[in-house]
Design a protein. Structure first.
Length: 278
């Protein structure tokens, strides 16, 4: 898709590692300006844009939730400045933040577009995305999409609600955490049993199901069958450090009990049961 010349400048608010990567990449295709607390550029220049990308930090708060106060302050400043362009939040935000922001700032055209960069290679990952995720008003999303016409046609564009996009971003990072933790646990078990963890993991890497979506579709239910449950328990009971696997076994048992007690019950009811029994 060709980029038309009527597009105005893009603004990037927050020029840390993510914001710099976003600004650097987009500047190859569009005029860009930026703003951050270090005083680079000016706020007035940022307002003279058709779209701004918010890339400010959202650190963990004392309650274990994301502290989105910096994002909130940027939205407040844009609103008081009567900004009329599309406001694209790329910062990772807490669950429910976007719905609250839409209510508090009805004058702003808010779009959530979570970023999935790798910390040590932000620019490379931004210009070669695996997917583009959007939530927001359809017209505003379409306007933002025009600035990404340089992305390859086979890159999926996933449109969803604000809550789904928020959860999707967090679930993605949580899945990485689980993968790393699983690998660490298998490494510990391997050393405990005088085995080479690289050889053990190579058995997993060679399976086509590991690199597919086969076990990542909602509604799968508890794992069962003749092999997976007993083999998982063997690994748990053969080791003194299978913490993650034991947690998976405990969760699976709760799902099984729920499925037997209330056949066909939805996931929300299961979540409530887990909350009450954990």
């Amino acid at each position: 898709m060709a980029i038309e010349n009527q597009f105005r400048r893009i603004g990037v608010i927050g020029l840390g590692s993510v914001g710099k990567a976003v600004k650097h990449a987009l500047s190859f295709y569009h005029p860009c300006t930026g703003y951050d607390i270090l005083g680079e550029y000016s706020w007035e220049d940022t307002l003279d844009t058709s779209v701004v990308f918010i890339c400010v930090p959202t650190p963990e708060g004392g309650d274990g939730r994301l502290d989105c106060s910096i994002v909130e302050s940027v939205l407040s400043k844009l609103s008081s400045s009567r900004y009329t362009g599309v406001v694209v939040i790329k910062s990772t935000i807490g669950v429910g933040f976007m719905d609250e922001a839409v209510t508090e700032y009805p004058d702003l055209r808010l779009v959530y577009m979570p970023e999935f960069l790798r910390e040590r290679s932000n620019f490379t990952w931004f210009v070669n995305p695996d997917r583009l995720v959007f939530s927001g008003d359809e017209e505003d999303v379409e306007e933002v999409l025009q600035y990404f016409a340089w992305v390859e046609d086979d890159v999926p564009v996933l449109r969803m609600t604000h809550r789904e996009a928020e959860l999707g971003k967090l679930a993605h990072n949580a899945y990485i955490a689980l993968k790393v933790s699983f690998t660490n646990e298998i490494e510990q078990i391997s050393h405990e049993r005088s085995a080479d963890p690289a050889h053990v993991m190579s058995v997993i890497w060679a399976d086509r199901r590991v690199l597919s979506r086969e076990h990542l579709r909602p509604g799968f239910g508890a794992y069962a069958g003749k092999c997976v449950p007993k083999d998982t328990r063997e690994l748990i009971n053969a080791s003194g450090c299978a913490t993650l696997l034991q947690a998976a076994e405990d969760l699976n048992n709760r799902i099984l009990a729920h499925e037997e007690a209330v056949p066909g019950k939805d996931a929300a009811a299961l979540c409530e049961m887990n909350r009450n029994t954990a």
